[in-house]
Design a protein around this ligand. Structure first.
Ligand code: SAM
Ligand code: SF4
Length: 362
């Protein structure tokens, strides 16, 4: 058994082990890691892949994260908010097609009108699906009162990516104010958990100045935070952002993709029973990136339900795929893609995190 195999057979991985697994290796060792992670998923939670129909509700954002294409300061970007009818039509489509769950994602807005609107939409979605459609929210940092209202209205999973667990890097990628503070981000994530949600986080991989040690620490942060679900993927540059200046110091896209794949696989090894998404950013850097992520242990996929007319306006980064593909076509394409990995599409199921069930029990 070589050093790599020995690490893969260990019960608990140390930070040094994680660094070894994240580092470039032989092709055989790389494959071994991905296969092992896929096998761990199958043994622990099975080979089902769950759908979360993605509704990109609005690109209006009060924040100015230096990496994001829909940041407030990007005045080239026209702004939109979907109408109630459009949101409900997407939710109905997801329900009728057996997607099981949806994700409502948007820029971060804190206003009475926005809070009321989301609460209203949650209740309407629950009504139209007879309470059967699961709902994940990804609406940024919110107060405990707002989180509680949305939970009562039907949201039961919430995703706030920590983006990077390294305070210095976080500070470097965000404006220096309270709205963009690392501590506030962690606090917001804690509030999500305290309010009873299945709690999700994630990081961007391949950020300028980020190294393998930082990524190992990200995985350890995620494990120590004891989250139920993770969505993470490569950082991809966007021309209309301040971080575009750093594009020449980024690691090549192929390496960023491989590193993201290793992150998914290692996360599956250290947190076998959580939900892990095969993210759109993975598909952006490799046309079969999501399939590769599923083979490496991911078990959630987010087909885009956003009406095509809005997709060009939710451009977080360059090269985002499926900008002109309506949801109807998306389903067939994704089903075939998942089947090609040997996994099974689980329709009409919430596909809740097994980790969450255990966490709340004891
Ligand atoms: N506004 C909410 C928030 O920030 O939590 C939710 C929407 S935000 C667009 C969702 C995620 O997009 C962020 O957490 C970030 O990780 C990701 N994102 C933004 N810009 C990106 C980029 N250039 N490359 C990769 N991911 C990016
Ligand atoms: Fe707004 Fe989220 Fe983009 Fe930051 S990452 S600018 S909060 S949409």
């Amino acid at each position: 058994m070589n050093k790599y195999e020995t690490i893969l057979n260990k019960k608990d991985l140390t930070r040094d082990d994680i660094i070894t697994l994240l580092s470039p290796s032989t092709k055989d060792d790389h494959e071994l890691l991905l296969e092992k992670a896929g096998a761990v998923r199958n043994e622990t939670i099975g080979n089902n892949v769950y759908f979360r129909g993605l509704i990109e509700y609005s690109n209006i954002c009060a924040k100015n994260c230096y990496y994001c294409g829909i940041r407030r300061g990007n005045d080239k970007q026209g702004r939109y908010t979907m109408t109630d009818q459009e949101v409900l039509a997407c939710a109905k489509f997801a329900y009728d097609e057996g997607y099981g769950s949806i994700v409502i994602q948007a820029g971060e807005v804190s206003s009475v009108e926005f809070t009321d609107k989301i609460e209203y939409l949650l209740k309407e979605i629950k009504k139209l699906s007879d309470g059967k459609l699961g709902i994940t929210l990804s609406l940024g940092e919110q107060t405990s009162d707002i989180l509680e209202r949305w939970f009562k209205a039907g949201g039961h999973r919430y995703l706030i990516r920590i983006e990077t667990s390294n305070r210095d890097l976080y500070t470097k990628y965000h404006p220096a104010d309270k709205m963009h503070s690392f501590d506030e981000r962690v606090k917001a994530l804690n509030l999500v958990k305290e309010n009873g949600y299945q709690t999700g986080t994630g990081v961007m991989i391949g950020l300028p100045g980020q190294n393998i040690g930082h990524l190992a620490d990200d995985l350890i942060f995620i494990k120590n935070f004891d989250v139920d679900m993770v969505g993470m993927g490569p950082y991809i540059e966007s021309e209309d952002t301040p971080m575009y200046e750093d594009r020449d110091i980024l690691i090549p896209k192929l390496d960023r993709f491989e590193l993201s794949l290793r992150m998914v696989a290692i996360l599956r090894l250290i947190m076998p029973d959580i939900n892990i998404a095969a993210t759109t950013a993975m598909q952006t850097l490799d046309p079969v990136g999501r399939e590769k992520a599923i083979k490496a242990g991911a078990n959630v996929i987010m087909p885009n339900l956003t009406p095509v007319k809005y997709r060009e306006s939710y451009l977080l980064y360059e090269g985002k795929p499926c900008l002109d593909e309506e949801a109807e076509k998306c389903k067939g394409c994704i089903m075939a893609r998942i089947k090609s990995t040997g996994a099974v599409v689980a329709l009409n199921e919430w596909g809740d995190s097994k980790h969450f069930a255990k966490r709340i029990k004891g």
